[in-house]
Design a protein. Structure first.
Length: 364
């Protein structure tokens, strides 16, 4: 009898452990599906009902009205904020390009991470470089937007967010918790901080999109779990649908990545970027073939008026063409008086032609 009781207790405990393991995912998923968010503030039990498209529209109108009312006053704007940073030597006119270059570098590191899927040693190096570059990017981004909260746009955004929150936040009796009549800036700020702190991160959205619990909902609903137009979805519901479709599309792809890649956000992003990169190269090559001028010539010279234009022209080349350009530049840097016939790719072409003639002679 004692043994039987022990077995029963053990079974209950095992079941209880399983419930604990899924509680966090289940809780977040229930919140997303319900379209509401419940939390406590001091002694109050509050419920945030995510705004409808109509409420968002009204808030956007309010934003524009506040902006028009104050735009001729002595306000800092997002555009002038950047100039202030430049005037004080905190930011430079070329820093935006550096920020963009860091974005492209992050993308390439993720591609390299994906391509090193079968090499754990290389992965360590790429992950280290990714962390380092992310840190650098965050620093640059923080500097670039360090004055944003002092701008007119931020002031208008505050008015917009207050309007949404005052019409979306209710107490346990269904009454609006924040209104213009009982406005308390400290309370509003504290509640806003709680909501922001408990917002669902991109990482969590992606994890939920991959979890079995949600995928069962998705399969049962045949992709229409919420049974309403996309315009009526909450921001959280829309984000979850977008990530779900992203993974669904990847699994259906002819070049679908290995299963472990799906669970690694950085590596999966690398796979996506790699696919886009290949598509872009394919489009460039097809465009080159369809262009009669370029298809009838080995090389086509286009004049550039500035560095940005030169970069765009350079990117028109396929990966193979870029490799040829790089090898030529290296050869010329060693010998500026180098004859064109001595360029590496030309020499390689001459050798191939000679070999082809030799094969034809042997056949003859």
């Amino acid at each position: 009898m004692t043994l039987l009781l022990f077995i029963r207790v053990q079974v209950v405990l095992l079941a209880y452990d399983k419930v604990i393991l899924v509680t966090e995912e289940s809780k977040i998923l229930s919140r997303i599906v319900s379209g509401t968010y419940k939390f406590r503030y001091k002694s109050n039990s509050l419920k945030l009902i995510y705004p409808s498209i109509q409420l968002k529209y009204e808030a956007d109108i309010l934003f524009q009205e506040v902006y028009d009312e104050h735009k001729y006053e002595d306000w800092l704007t997002l555009e002038s904020a950047q100039q202030v940073l430049i005037d004080n030597g905190i930011w430079h006119s070329s820093s935006d390009q550096q920020l963009f270059a860091l974005e492209k570098e992050l993308e390439q590191i993720k591609i390299n991470l994906f391509l090193s899927f079968t090499n754990p040693i290389q992965q360590l190096g790429h992950r280290s470089k990714l962390a380092e570059t992310n840190k650098k990017y965050d620093k640059y981004y923080g500097i670039r937007h360090s004055l944003d909260h002092f701008t007119l746009e931020a002031f208008c955004d505050h008015a917009k967010n207050f309007y949404i929150l005052s019409n979306s936040l209710f107490d346990s009796y269904g009454r609006k918790f924040i209104t213009h009549q009982n406005y308390d800036h400290s309370a509003y700020q504290n509640i806003s901080n709680i909501i922001a702190k408990d917002s669902i991160s991109t990482k969590k959205f992606r994890k939920i999109a991959r979890c079995d619990l949600w995928r069962n909902y998705w399969s049962a609903g045949r992709g229409n779990v919420f049974d309403k137009p996309s315009a009526e979805l909450t921001d959280e519901q829309r984000a979850l649908v977008i990530f779900t479709k992203m993974y669904e599309s990847a699994r259906e792809s002819v070049e679908s990545p290995p299963d472990p890649v799906f669970d690694d956000d950085d590596m999966f992003d690398g796979w996506l970027a790699y696919q886009h990169q290949k598509q872009d190269e394919s489009k460039k090559e097809n465009s080159s073939k369809n262009n009669s001028k370029m298809s009838n010539a080995q090389e086509m010279f286009i004049m550039a008026n500035n560095k940005k234009q030169a970069s765009s022209i350079h990117n028109m080349n396929s990966g193979k063409s870029k490799s040829v350009i790089e090898s030529r530049n290296k050869a010329i840097s060693k010998n500026q008086n180098l004859d064109a016939s001595k360029l590496p790719d030309i020499q390689n072409e001459i050798r191939q032609q000679a070999q082809q003639k030799m094969r034809q002679r042997l056949k003859g």
